[in-house]
Design a protein around this ligand. Sequence first.
Ligand SMILES: [Zn+2]
Ligand SMILES: [Zn+2]
Length: 292
Amino acid sequence: MKHKFLVVLMAIATAFCMAFSVTACGEKSDETGNNPPITDPSGNQGEQGEQGSTPAPHVHSFGEWKVTKEATCKKTGIKERSCACGEKETEALPLVGHDFENMTCKVCGTKASLGLEYTLINEDKEYEVSGLGDCKDTDLIITNNYDGKPVTSIGRRAFAECSGLTSITIPDSVTSIGSNAFYGCNGLTAVTIPKNVTEIGDRSFYACENLTTVNWNAKNCKEVYSLSLEPGLFNKTKLQKVTFGEGILSIPGHMFYGCTELTDLVLPETLTSIGEYVFGGTDYFGEKRRER
Ligand SMILES: [Zn+2]
Ligand SMILES: [Zn+2]
């Protein structure tokens, strides 16, 4: 038993010495900056040259994301990127808005609200939804195009005090929401702000008294502020929970002004700028508020 132990010990010692000699050899070649000359009876220098240098472990280097399946209003899409070694990464793409043709979504058949008022804007190249008109819908679904032109804006006070509205669907084509656009829409409990909105007027959802939840997907949105006495996009609401979509870069001024009931808020990590007085009129300050 004792003898066997000694043999094992000797083997370990030998292995250690061999390892040390390899290291020493490596150090020497580093010092000179040249590989020591190799003499190999087989004349196979190429393979011998590799000996003693451990190849660096492979670190994946992924290329650009490529969309392999477009998202629709019904199904999430897929994007994929790959490394030269063949390793692939995939990520889901979120749902996109409906794509209407003759007021019917080409993908899922959802019907856009009829009878709304539209006004030509931007040198008559685009439309703004400017009012409820004859529309009797309680679930308002705004089309992304009207009369062959994109619908890019929701006008000032367009749906102000339309308390019969219980839900609104704003298309991805919209880049601007006017001030007081949904002022006093008491029937709304949740709203989703689409990704391409870059301008939102002050008090756009002011006094929507039952609004508790906002899904904010607008990546880079600024407030258009007109010196209101009572500012705040969601002031005088019951806003508690805000969920941010992917890649949010900025949040507009006065966004949470007066939102005294906010309890569930995690600001996105991608933020690079926030507007003025975002938390004005609230006692919200991060962690303390979240613990409640
Ligand atoms: Zn790889
Ligand atoms: Zn659809």
